[in-house]
Unconditional design. Structure first.
Length: 74
């Protein structure tokens, strides 16, 4: 069992006790966000630091002030 610390840049997102260490290039989900493993650092026999890059979320159909003004108020 390994203690795996997931980092995005220098911010620790999550630490988990896992049976296997994720590989470089593997797609993972951390806290509901999709990401890709960029680097794996073995600290000692139990601790592993994993660097990930999280995909940016694109918000579609965001309402503007003009759209809100067009709605009929009841």
């Amino acid at each position: 069992m390994y203690v795996v610390h997931f980092f995005e840049d220098k911010i620790e997102l999550l630490n988990q006790l896992l049976g296997s260490v994720p590989a470089v290039g593997e797609m993972i989900t951390v806290k509901g966000r999709k990401g890709k493993v960029t680097d794996v650092n073995l600290i000692d026999d139990k601790h592993v630091h994993v660097q990930i890059t999280v995909e940016k979320v694109v918000i579609k159909n965001k309402l503007t002030a003009a759209d809100l003004a067009k709605k009929k108020k009841r």
